[in-house]
Design a protein around this ligand. Sequence first.
Ligand code: GLV
Ligand code: MN
Ligand code: MN
Length: 416
Amino acid sequence: MTEGVGKPAALPINAERLWHSHMDMARHGATSKGGVNRQALTQEDAAARELFMDWARNAGCTVQIDAVGNIFARRPGRYHNAPSVCTGSHLDTQPTGGKFDGAYGVLAGLEVVRALNDAAIETRRPIDIVAWTNEEGTRFAHSGSAAFAGLVELNRIYDCTDRAGTRFEDALTAIGAKGDLACGDRVFDSVFEAHIEQGPLLERDGLSVGIVTGARGQVRYDVSVTGMEGHAGTMPMDMRRDALTAAARLVVRMEEIGRRHPPQGVCTVGALTVAPNSRNTIPGSVRFSIDLRHPTSEGLASMAQAISDAVQEELARGRTAIELHVLDREEPIQFDDALVQLLRDSAAICGIPCRDIFSMAGHDSCYLASKQPTAMVFVPCRDGLSHNELESATASDLADGTRVLAAAMLARAERV
Ligand code: GLV
Ligand code: MN
Ligand code: MN
């Protein structure tokens, strides 16, 4: 048993209620293929946020919102001023996202609170369920949890723009999501996050729960390649300065760099824009993203060096100008040893077999871990698919993950 922490106790979880909450939440931004498109600070996101706040208030929570739109739903404890036990995740999704990435962590937290109410349990410490703003980084580059953890300055997140040029702060204000609470102004005893695995290991092993020990390092870049626009018919091939051809060579190099760092080095170009994007004009400029991940600092550094080298080689051709801009860099992290052990103990108490697992996905918890003890629970998703409208999980696995989460939170919430 982990020292200084109450004993985890199993709490009855209502699997059906948890499942229906997911289905109801998934109506906001539902796509025709059964997925969800609920990008941050859109009308769909606003509706999802409202639904969560309604549910939380009905469960007896008081709701506060901070300056970047992070929503804190608090169930009071016997000691109002004691640092709370926090759980949560995000409600925003990818453009072709699913019903579970992010939503599960928020709704599992809500189910813990509802189950505590059913059992008439008053905890010593308050419990906070948090819906962190813009975890996906798909519409705006920086997330509310990173701002909360002090890793991104408020003005930097406010000034991020989406592809249409809308500023984060303006989008936040437009949906009425800019709150009064100062960003980062809350002290947690501990942070837990439940999430779907987004990979194939738990399903392969026939397990319903994974205890997450740590997460990948990641570097995100924006690249701009500038050539010269020209006539697609009259400009001879050897006189061209085609930005798209140069970008295409770099994109292929990124794939090679990922492949040269097995088994877990990965490198992705997920977004690319071409200007002027006209059939009969040689492309004058291209912008694209690079997402680079590795489980170790050394691997991350080696891949980052390979990216710089590839850019230098392309520059040496003398046909284009290239800017490689590092958006952010996160070193690999280990979650808090005591909380990880507490989650293992909780799984044992609940009679749920589990394994340790390492996350190659990014999560709100990766930022929060820099501020207070943090750990995560994973449940399987079908075929390991995520960031895909086909993303799927079972009611029974979602409930098992929530049982483990609840037992650990309860132990921590009774901690003196
Ligand atoms: C978050 O979804 C990530 O990119 O890992
Ligand atoms: Mn997520
Ligand atoms: Mn995601």
